[in-house]
Design a protein around this ligand. Structure first.
Ligand code: CP
Length: 308
């Protein structure tokens, strides 16, 4: 296998060398006009227990571009609603001989559980508060492409850090690639351990954006809050919404990212999301080549097949 990890469960345990391999192949796929059918005859199972627009569809497009058959389980209509456990569902899917299982689940650790009981390679497409490694990989590719490097860049992540699997994966991944990560948000939405990961913490957005090369805005994950952990949306918008006024404090070549879905007017003003510094749609496009690279490396080894 080309990657040292059989499964992709998170950025915390993905080696720098594996990250380089994935980025390099994604860039190669981006340049290639004719794609090789390296996944011909293979089956990719998408098992999504939470809603998704970008991740689910880009895994499907990525697999199909390389010639695979994709199966999407609509979990609302699967036997899990009749009481089947996740383990039994996973073993049932494995009995149909898939080549890769992609899983999104509200419980942190669900992909890890599958990796322990299955022989099939598992990709984490987002698990609870834990990690979303393919989002981090596409974010890293987008930053490198736009800025021309990763080393020594200052990347600020703003918002609901405590409930964000993307923040966690971005911090692990970007730090491994030599970038410096900073976070900003209300004290109740910043986890207390975060500084141990080498992250600098800010509570005032205008202060945080000053020396930043890249700003990643996050959605408030209201569905994951046990109780409202900030005073009010009005207060949050006043202090943490990235708008034209806040952007005056940023560098003239700052780049703005958001993993989506966006809550326009809450964490990001529409004129910023659609403005000249935004690379939000580049992130979406890069999601396809990153997932193509992963699927290829997890099923084929190093070498690309012959283009058709
Ligand atoms: N960024 C992201 O994971 O988006 P989706 O929830 O639409 O997949």
């Amino acid at each position: 296998m080309a990657l040292s990890s059989k499964h992709i469960l998170g950025m915390e345990h993905l080696s720098r060398q594996d990250i380089f391999k994935i980025l390099s192949l994604a860039k190669q796929f981006k340049k290639q006009k004719k794609l090789p059918s390296t996944l011909k005859g293979k089956i990719v199972f998408n098992l999504f227990f939470e809603p998704s627009t970008r991740t689910q569809t880009s895994f499907e497009i990525a697999a199909k571009k390389l010639g695979a058959t994709t199966i999407h389980i609509n979990t609302a209509q699967s036997s899990t609603v009749k009481g089947e456990t996740l383990s039994d569902t996973a073993r049932t899917i494995e009995a149909m001989n898939p080549d890769v299982i992609v899983i999104r689940h509200p419980s942190s650790g669900a992909p890890y559980l599958l990796s322990k009981i299955l022989k099939t390679p598992v990709i984490n497409a987002g698990d609870g508060f834990h990690e979303h490694p393919t989002q981090a990989l596409l974010d890293i590719l987008t930053i490198e492409e736009t800025k021309g490097r990763l080393a020594d860049l200052r990347v600020l992540i703003v918002g609901d850090i405590a409930h964000s699997r993307i923040a966690r994966s971005d911090i692990y991944g970007l730090t491994k690639m030599g970038a410096k990560t900073l976070v900003c948000g209300p004290p109740t939405l910043i986890p207390p351990f975060i500084e141990k990961l080498g992250v600098k913490v800010f509570y005032h957005l205008k202060e945080a954006v000053k020396e930043t090369d890249v700003i990643i805005m996050l959605r408030i994950q209201k569905e994951r809050h046990n109780q409202l952990q900030f005073p009010s949306y009005r207060e949050y918008i006043k202090k943490y919404c990235l708008n034209l006024e806040t952007l005056k404090y940023a560098k003239s070549n700052v780049m703005i990212m958001h993993p989506g879905p966006l809550n326009r007017g809450v964490e990001i003003a529409p004129e910023i999301a659609d403005g000249p510094y935004s690379v939000i749609l580049n992130q979406v496009s890069n999601g396809i080549v990153i997932r193509m690279a992963l699927l290829h490396l997890m099923t084929n080894g190093e070498h690309l097949g012959t283009a058709h």
